[in-house]
Ligand binder design. Structure first.
Ligand code: ASP
Length: 320
């Protein structure tokens, strides 16, 4: 059994490529890197890699994390500028004995020394989104909402050898403060993998996802015997309830998980969450998730119309 699952529709082309490698008996570590790089490289996905939305100083700062569920090796970079593929740098860092998480200047120095591709990551399209948002904020004296324009690609991958890995890549919150880092590069929050159990990854408001160490919590629940679906729902619903109890509001929390048998699950506390998955039993598919009143989450295959409209919106000119 092998498989790969990812947050959001944007991962579809990536998981197709990664899944191809898994079908050829490829390693989970290679397949996940291929899959996340495909998302990072696509300029029309504005919350990951090239074309990612900038911070309030109009600088694109990227975060990524990687974990190997066999060895528990972890690597991550935070707030790195002008490198094409953050996931590859995070993965490389996971091979180091120490200094596994590097930020900003230190991450860039490491990436340069290891000859990772340097690239200006701020695109003209991202600049247009920035100008548009600035204008809107000024004109309407509007408050910037935390969920304005962001989504992380998070993936869990299982290969035929039973290795589970997890990884994330994101430009974080649009208009974030320089140096702001969310959950995505933090092991246990943005991602977690244990080949004896499975893996999980999260997207949403990083500041809140971190409060529940949600990816670790899902893997822990699966270890106790819950299915991926049960574990995802319990982790999201418990954290959502705790946040509301203590802070009156809960930010957006969305997760996916896969166990080491290739079974998968998802949960969310928002409308509009989607995920992409492929396993030995399921061809690459995008699912749309619906949260029911009781907190149970159901999912259905995205229609062709939905998929076409998604791409049309992503690629439409930015109207300033
Ligand atoms: N969790 C990411 C962050 O807070 C953003 C997202 O997944 O939408 O940086």
């Amino acid at each position: 059994m092998h498989g790969i699952i990812a947050t959001w529709r944007m991962a579809k082309e990536g998981i197709e490529q990664g899944f191809e490698q898994l079908n050829q008996n490829g390693k989970a570590s290679d397949a996940i890197e291929t899959a996340i790089k495909a998302v990072e490289d696509f300029p029309y996905y504005k919350s990951v890699g090239y074309g990612g939305l900038p911070n309030e100083d109009q600088v694109v700062e990227l975060d990524a994390g990687y974990m190997d569920g066999d060895t528990f090796d972890v690597g991550a970079i935070c707030a790195i500028k002008d490198f094409a593929n953050p996931i590859s740098i995070a993965k490389k860092l996971s091979e180091e004995k120490v200094n596994n998480i590097l930020v900003s200047y230190g991450a860039e120095k490491y990436a340069r020394e290891h000859h990772f591709e340097e690239k200006e990551m701020l695109t003209d399209r991202a600049k247009a989104f920035y100008r548009k948002k600035k204008k809107e904020l000024e004109q309407q004296a509007q408050e910037l909402k935390p969920y304005d324009g962001h989504d992380t690609v998070g993936m869990v991958c299982l290969d035929e050898n039973g290795t589970v890995v997890a990884g994330t890549s994101t430009s974080g919150l649009f208009m974030k403060k320089p140096g702001r880092v969310g959950d995505s590069p933090f092991v246990g929050s943005g991602f977690y993998a244990d080949s004896e159990v499975g893996g999980a990854t999260a997207t949403g408001l990083g500041e809140d996802l971190m409060k529940g160490c949600i990816s670790y919590e899902i893997v822990r629940l699966m270890k106790e015997g819950l299915t991926p679906q049960e574990a995802c729902e319990k982790a999201v619903n418990d954290l959502d309830a705790s946040l509301k109890k203590r802070r009156t509001v809960a930010g957006d929390l969305s997760v996916v998980a896969m166990n080491n048998k290739g079974e998968f699950g998802c949960a969310t506390n928002i409308d509009g969450f989607s995920f992409s998955v492929a396993t030995s039993d399921v061809e690459p598919t995008v699912y749309l998730v619906t949260r029911q009143g009781d907190g149970h989450c159901t999912f259905e295959v995205a229609s062709k119309e939905w998929l076409d409209e998604y791409m049309r919106v992503r690629m439409a000119p930015v109207e300033e």
